[in-house]
Unconditional design. Structure first.
Length: 312
């Protein structure tokens, strides 16, 4: 039996990503059209990090797919401390139809996947956030009609999980991906090489620049994220103070003036108005962040349906 996981964005091919997005659009139109978890079958949803949208969207989505969302407090379970990840995987994998895990190191997620015979979904790690990107791509489709040939600019910390996922997922979608980030916060070289290869195959491109204006120039989509990712709270002063290297990359009305006139704005939330994004931008007419947040539900339902089918 072949089991399909989504541990990083490029675990899907371009065709498979498009299939998931097509299904997400269909499930948004008819939320109960698919019932792959009827029974109900359980899905373990494990959180080692804070959550709101991820817990809400996965719990709702599993229920709408006919299943039972079994939420697990990873800190209470002490996975990898109280007992090994492999042992936890062997126990949990026999009782559920899929595992969704928000955790720290990518290696933890990989170890879980190595010891189960059910799909494992990355609900955010330090390296990637692929479920968010499926929601973002669905949102871009809704507002721009397609992804191929469109230009997306991501501004902020180029070394974080969101930057990595924008590079990989948007390259798969045939987009021109620009990362605007300080020279001190560059994407992982491995991720960059993978994204460049995918972009060449799909007709897109990849650019990393420390010039925020060059990043957003003519862009169809402008995206940002908090400058203080989970686990980096100790660096908050350096990242948000007056001398912050990210200050020039804040998404302001002035910076948005360089994007395409009909550009849309994305933010995975939570947002910190006055830091990475101006209140007038995130609350303005170009912002589609509330559609983006809702689309986590539809994209994740489609992903689970796809993985369950592909693993059967």
């Amino acid at each position: 039996m072949t089991v399909r996981h989504l541990l990083a964005d490029d675990d899907l091919t371009a065709a498979e990503q498009a299939e998931v997005l097509d299904l997400a659009a269909a499930l948004k139109a008819d939320r109960h059209a698919e019932q792959p978890l009827a029974g109900p079958q359980a899905v373990a949803i494990i959180f080692d990090k804070p959550t709101l949208r991820t817990q809400l969207s996965f719990a709702t989505g599993v229920a709408e797919l006919g299943g039972y969302p079994m939420t697990v407090d990873g800190n209470l379970a002490q996975i990898g401390t109280r007992e090994s990840i492999a042992d936890v995987a062997r126990v949990v994998g026999r009782q559920v139809s899929a595992i969704v895990w928000r955790t720290h190191g990518q290696d933890r997620l990989q170890e879980m996947a190595d010891h189960v015979d059910v799909p494992v979904v990355n609900a955010l790690t330090d390296d990637y956030h692929p479920c968010q990107l499926l929601a973002d791509l669905l949102t871009i489709r809704e507002h721009k009609g397609s992804t191929a040939g469109r230009t997306i600019a991501y501004l902020g910390d180029g070394a974080n999980n969101m930057a990595h996922s924008y590079l990989l997922a948007c390259a798969l979608a045939g987009m021109h991906v620009r990362i605007g980030t300080p020279a001190t916060h560059q994407p992982s070289p491995d991720v960059l090489v993978r994204a460049e290869r995918i972009a060449a195959e799909q007709g897109g491109s990849v650019l990393v620049t420390d010039d925020p204006v060059a990043a957003v120039d003519g862009a169809d989509v402008v995206a940002t994220d908090t400058w203080v990712s989970m686990g980096m709270e100790g660096e908050k002063g350096d990242r948000t103070g007056q001398a912050s290297p990210f200050a020039p990359f804040a998404v302001t009305r002035g910076l948005m003036a360089h994007a395409a006139a009909e550009a849309i704005v994305l933010h995975c939330l939570p947002a910190y108005r006055g830091l990475e994004i101006e209140a007038e931008v995130i609350d303005g007419e170009q912002s589609v962040v509330w559609d983006e947040a809702e689309n986590r539900l539809h994209a994740q339902k489609a992903l689970l349906t796809f993985l369950l089918r592909a693993s059967s």
